[in-house]
Design a protein around this ligand. Structure first.
Ligand code: SF4
Length: 582
């Protein structure tokens, strides 16, 4: 979840259900909760709780000294990050204004990142640090589960058994839980629903969703609760623990359109698990029946409180800012990935493995519908990897309708992104792309089955960046059989790409073997051996494995991010690669 735009899962579902004449609304409890917590009144209550603690860290004590400042400036700060009062920019852009609360700021770094005239951005950067300091204070003292964009993730990130989560649910709700439940209560009273659907995209959303489900069961026993989303699809396919169904009536898997339609209107249930005679019953678990992507209808923003979203400027990197700044309309141009062959990727799951496209006209109709609903012309296409041929047609359609839009999109660094296609994309409003370069080493790229070489990826990046399109790369380390020397080579390639100006941003992920990927299905095909492990009765995703050489990759994580952070700022190119690692 981000704080600048709603997560894209519920809008297509809501639009589809409305198109079937099923009265539906949606809400983003996450942003509504942030809106409730970060007020003078609510923060005063939380700070009272904190002040009564017997033991506090030095940093917490320092912050509490500035309690009056925090309570006075929290609401103007939130208004400012919502772009509702930009006249505050001059005050908020001064490091001295915040210094006592957020600590010192590196003036040289600020000048480099924002220049003399980037007053609004610099102010947002410093104000974001203010909000993060408060969030950290809350987390370190009274509410260890609280984070700005996730909740209780440490509890849910690996959860083979449901028991630890249930134990937490059986303890008293915290002040923050109660605030969330009050919001839910209000929405239930206003809408009087027969069903509540909870979309859980990540582990960091599970606890909050389960607290809501528990509240509904305890207080509104006639409402049926159904849960789906990325976390369910990925982790809960082997669920055996019946206690989970005390809270949730139905789990649906993969695309939710048809399973929900059947639940709400009758007919044979598909890809749905529920409790029957005390056991988990699966109705048509492997059904491939779906509403075609072209027939989903226009996404709907009904129920989403667009004015509550916040711009959080956490780095000075322009590409990173796209993720957390601006109210991007989120949309998919196709279902699944047109390549669907990378060995680390969850290609055996429907949302990646089943490729289906709509026509360019339908995609651009959906864009126009969202623009009319939000008054915003920026789009983030959230496809796993946009198909270049369709992207071309969409660009042509945007130009022929004379739409003024900006968009960014995930791609594969495919050789089809020629200078001509890159020109067309830029003309139609494409401002940035992100794609996987993974391990930038020819041998490992082959093992990954990425279908690109370092040279072809460089050419693709060059073509795009020559048209002013920013490029972000996802990088990977710790792939089975990878050597330290290949890691150094990979970082060297990345450094070169930054240095010649064809890459503006990058992020490293540690390889994880998952049960839905080709590598998890056949570890030996990539030179690994799965370690015997018990299958959990609740969530299952990662597979422990061994490989040669056996390297402690944790030792390299910090060096990789430090080097890349420097390259993104345009520094550190002269330092020998090995120097980044202790
Ligand atoms: S990693 Fe990206 S390109 Fe590869 S299969 Fe997955 S979605 Fe497709």
């Amino acid at each position: 979840m981000q704080l600048n735009s709603p997560y894209p899962a519920t809008m297509p579902l809501t639009g589809f259900l409305l198109s079937q004449q099923i009265a539906t609304t949606q809400l983003d409890l996450g942003i509504e909760l942030i809106d409730t917590i970060f007020t003078s009144k609510q923060l005063s209550i939380l700070l009272d709780e904190i002040e009564h603690l017997p033991k506090l860290s030095k940093r917490s004590r320092q912050l509490l000294v500035h309690r009056s400042f925090i309570v006075t400036y929290i609401e103007p700060a939130i208004r400012f990050l919502r772009n509702q009062d930009l006249t505050l920019a001059n005050r908020f852009s001064q490091p001295l204004f915040w210094q006592d609360v957020i600590g010192e700021s590196d003036e040289e770094h600020l000048l480099f990142g924002f220049g003399e005239s980037g007053v609004v951005d610099q102010a947002k950067y410093l104000t974001t640090r203010f909000i993060k300091e408060i969030a950290q204070l809350i987390q370190e003292t009274t509410h260890p589960h609280f984070q700005l964009i996730r909740y209780a993730e440490s509890l849910t990130v690996r959860l083979p058994d449901f028991a630890p989560l249930e134990q937490e649910l059986l303890s008293n709700p915290t002040t923050i839980d109660l605030l969330m439940l009050q919001l839910l209560h209000k929405h239930i009273q206003e809408n009087d629903p027969e069903w509540i659907g909870l979309s859980v995209p990540f582990p960091g959303n599970l606890y909050g969703a389960m607290r809501c489900a528990q509240y509904v069961k305890q207080n509104f026993p006639n409402i049926k609760v159904v849960m789906g989303g990325g976390y369910v699809n990925t982790e809960l396919r082997q669920i055996e623990d019946v206690s989970f169904f005390k809270y949730v009536d139905y789990l649906t898997f993969d695309d939710g359109e048809l399973p929900l339609l059947r639940l709400f209107t009758g007919g044979e249930l598909i890809r749905t698990a529920f409790l029957k005679d005390g056991n988990i019953y699966w109705s048509n678990r492997d059904s491939v029946e779906n509403i075609s992507f072209s027939n989903w209808g226009n996404p709907s923003m009904v129920g989403i409180k667009q004015s509550l979203y916040l711009d959080m400027v956490e780095t000075t990197n322009p590409m990173h800012r796209l993720w957390s700044v601006g109210r991007w309309n989120k949309l998919m141009m196709a279902h699944g990935c047109y390549w669907a062959k990378c060995t680390f990727c969850d290609t055996r799951l429907d949302y990646i493995g089943r490729f289906e496209q709509a026509s360019a006209a339908i995609v651009v109709d959906r864009m126009e519908s969202l623009m009319a609903q939000t008054n915003i012309s920026g789009f983030h296409f959230v496809d796993e990897a946009a198909p270049p041929a369709l992207l071309r047609k969409i660009a042509e359609e945007i130009l022929s309708r004379k739409l003024v839009v900006s968009y960014w999109v995930n791609i594969r660094f495919d050789k089809t992104f020629t200078p001509e296609l890159s020109y067309l994309l830029a003309k139609s409003g494409c401002i940035a792309v992100s794609g996987g370069l993974e391990v930038a080493s020819e041998r490992v790229l082959k093992l990954i089955n990425k279908g690109v070489t370092v040279d072809s990826a460089r050419l693709c990046m060059e073509n795009l960046s020559q048209q002013g399109i920013m490029v972000h790369a996802y990088l990977m380390y710790g792939f089975p059989t990878q050597t330290v020397s290949e890691l150094y080579d990979s970082l060297t390639q990345v450094r070169n790409l930054f240095q010649i100006g064809v890459l503006q941003s990058a992020f490293w992920h540690r390889y994880a073997m998952t049960i839905h990927s080709p590598s998890g299905n056949s570890p030996e095909s990539i030179g690994a051996k799965a370690v015997e492990h018990a299958v959990g009765s609740f969530a299952n995703n990662e597979i422990p494995f061994i490989t040669q050489p056996d390297i402690d990759w944790d030792k390299y994580a910090q060096g990789l991010s430090l080097a890349t952070y420097n390259y993104m700022q345009g520094t550190g190119f002269e330092l020998p690669i090995k120097k980044w690692f202790k």
